[in-house]
Design a protein around this ligand. Structure first.
Ligand SMILES: [Zn+2]
Ligand SMILES: [Zn+2]
Length: 249
C-alpha cells in the first residue's frame, strides 16, 4: 500500500485512544466499594443500598408520605402555608450508602464522589420536571468555605448545569451571617438559626427568572426555605432540588 493510499484512512482520534488505554490500565472505580465500573458512577450493589424517592410526595415541598400506596398530593403543612418555592424535589432518601457517600464527599473532601453524586442529583431533575433559567447553589459563609475548602452544593450545581446547559450563578445569593451548623440543631432552632442569613446582592438579575436552588441535603428544609424567601423577594420563581432528603421526622 502506498503512502497516498494510506492517507485515505481516517486518522484515529488520539484523545479517544489515550482515554481507552488509560481506562484499561486504570479502570474507573466505584468510590464506595472500589469495584471496577464503566463510568463515573456507583456500582449497582452499592446503589441498591440507597433508596430513590419515587413514591408519593407532597406536590409542593416534596415531602415523602409514609404510605407508598397513595398518589402525590399537597401535605398538611403546605395546605396551611404555601412554601416560598414553587416545587422542591429530592433524588434519594438520606440514608444507607448515599448518606455515607455524601459524608465522604462533603466532610472527607473525596472528589471521586462528585460525578457519581451529580448523576444521582439529575434524578431529582426528572422528578421536578421543570426547566430553570439560572441555577443557584445554597451558599456557604466565607468562613465556612475557608475551613472546608469547597462548597459541595456549588460543585454539584456545576455538574448539573453541564447536562442542562444552564448558567450557574454563585455570586448573587450570599450567606451574610455565619450561622451555627444546622446539623446540631432541632427543627425550630434551625428556622431561627438561618433567619436573615441570606441576601441577594442584585435583585434585578433574578427578577422574573426561574431560579433552581441546589443543595446536597434537605433535612427540615429551613435553609432551602430561607434562601427561597430572599430569591422570591428578588422577584424570582423558585424551584429546588437536593440530592437527598431526610424521610420522616
Ligand atoms: Zn460499589
Ligand atoms: Zn408539602
Amino acid at each position: 500500500m502506498t503512502t497516498k493510499q494510506m492517507g485515505v484512512f481516517q486518522q484515529p482520534d488520539r484523545k479517544n485512544i489515550l482515554s481507552s488505554f488509560l481506562n484499561l490500565l486504570f479502570p474507573p472505580l466505584c468510590p464506595l466499594c472500589e469495584a471496577g465500573i464503566k463510568e463515573d458512577a456507583f456500582c449497582a450493589p452499592c446503589l441498591s443500598g440507597s433508596k430513590r424517592m419515587d413514591g408519593p410526595v407532597c406536590l409542593l415541598c416534596g415531602r415523602p408520605f409514609a404510605s407508598e400506596a397513595g398518589i402525590h398530593h399537597t401535605c398538611a403543612d403546605c395546605l396551611k402555608k404555601n412554601p416560598p418555592f414553587v416545587k422542591a424535589r429530592s433524588a434519594f432518601y438520606y440514608e444507607g450508602t448515599l448518606l455515607s457517600a455524601i459524608h465522604r464527599f462533603k466532610y472527607g473532601g473525596n472528589m471521586a464522589f462528585l460525578k457519581p453524586l451529580s448523576l444521582l442529583l439529575s434524578h431529582a431533575m426528572t422528578l421536578l420536571n421543570e426547566r430553570p433559567d439560572i441555577i443557584v447553589p445554597v451558599p456557604l459563609h466565607k468562613e465556612r468555605l475557608k475551613k472546608r475548602g469547597f462548597n459541595q452544593s456549588l460543585l454539584l450545581a456545576r455538574e448539573l448545569a453541564k447536562g442542562l446547559s444552564v448558567e450557574v450563578d454563585c455570586m448573587n445569593l450570599k450567606r451574610t451571617l455565619n450561622t451555627l451548623p444546622q446539623v446540631d440543631l432541632k427543627e425550630k432552632e434551625r428556622v431561627i438559626n438561618v433567619k436573615g442569613a441570606f441576601t441577594v446582592k442584585d435583585p434585578s438579575k433574578f427578577k422574573g427568572k426561574r431560579v433552581l436552588l441546589v443543595d446536597d441535603v434537605f433535612t427540615t428544609g429551613a435553609t432551602v426555605r430561607e434562601c427561597a424567601k430572599v430569591l422570591k423577594k428578588a422577584g424570582a420563581e423558585v424551584f429546588a432540588v437536593t440530592l437527598a432528603r431526610v424521610g420522616h421526622m
